[in-house]
Design a binder for this molecule. Sequence first.
Ligand code: AMP
Ligand code: GLY
Length: 459
Amino acid sequence: MPPGASKRPTRSLRFTGPCHNLPICDAPAFVVKILIVGSGGREHALAWKLSQSPRAERIFCAPGNAGTELIGENIALAANDLEGLAAFAKENRIGLTVIGPDDPLAAGIVDLFDAKGLRVFGPRMSAARLESSKIFAKEMMRKFRIPTALAGSFDRSEQALQFCKRLQFPMVIKADGLALGKGVVIAQSCDEAIDAIDAMMNQGRFGEAGRRIVVEEFLRGTECSLHVLVSGRRYCLLATARDHKRAGDGDIGPNTGGMGAVSPADNWNAEAEARFHREVMWPLVDGLAEGGTDFRGLLFPGLMMTAEGPRVLEFNCRFGDPETQAILPRLRSDLLTLLEATADGKLDDCALTWDPRAAVTVVMASGGYPGKYETGRPIRGLDSCVALADVYVFHAGTRRERGEIVTAGGRVLAITALGETASRARARAYEAVAQIQFEGAHYRRDIALPLVRANVAAH
Ligand code: AMP
Ligand code: GLY
């Protein structure tokens, strides 16, 4: 029996699939002003979903994008302007602030809001270390016996190189700190491992984030993104998703923030879920609580589904991007109530209902992304997507300039479609993508394709 399995058999709230038709907790009649921090597709999806709440009075996004501007009001405050954001929330009597990206969490935005008596969704800095320090995350996994890759943590390059001799190739070299999703190198040879370790530890490629590193064994399998609302020892699993991290079709090319997603994940089943609760979530929430950490927010473990079962690759402490754009269009429950309950430590009052259909999200990116790219390219065809049923166009790197919407980042749009099957959702999403043009646009043509192929093979 895996560690923790017998400890506490019924602690989690398992409101996962479409079948749980439980009523949402009685919502108090007051309305709430909401502030969403961030400017990506994830934040547009959060703003869109939160705006559907009957209690959402007004939505602000800081700094937002050309999509969030259609839902609420964009505020010219950067996501890392913690004092400015807190002052805005206080002055405008914001009832709930939702933090999108990892940086402000790592910088302590939640601690600051808490100190000022402002209600905020996200973990405090000490809990957000699960994402902002891979060494800390590994220590916690070791302590709570959560299955993960065999690894060593190092602050001296000679020791790291010694440890490499114990592993086989490929092996994985990870910067300890936040590195915009670029701090992981899969080294295929000794030379590549030496180069990666030297670049991170001696040449400062990721600044302070890479001065300490994790070296770990390479795990084989397929990845799965879990999104879990956690409030102390209580937690609630959202629908599963699969990201497509590499830039090119067939999973080739450099890693990106994510080029597309599909929900639900095809590599998830009841057995995987049972093991996830027993082997990951129960030991984690118990271990954190016993150590005095009251995690409140969204925990997003990235898993590798190996032949031996789920293994944790990393913990993120915020919603995934683009997973959120695939998950939220399937959520029928009131997200505002859920986030409030999580922030207030009352998660046990809530239940979820889901649209049983599949969601497929295709990311359209600027030419050159994830490397160098240009911005300011006009985006055409957005209006023609409005007429398409069950299609959602989430903006990421966009801004309004002289009356038109132009590109303003690497990932520009995330187009989600729902369908009775992943195949139908996929066809609809690509139909919408075909309507949209901007100079240099590129996107993967194979989002959800493995899933579609597997389903065809199975019938
Ligand atoms: P992380 O930021 O730790 O999730 O790593 C980013 C990506 O690198 C993951 O989504 C995986 O695709 C890959 N990766 C990380 N760790 C491993 C590992 N131990 N084995 C195989 N692939 C990995
Ligand atoms: N899509 C992966 C992430 O948000 O980290």
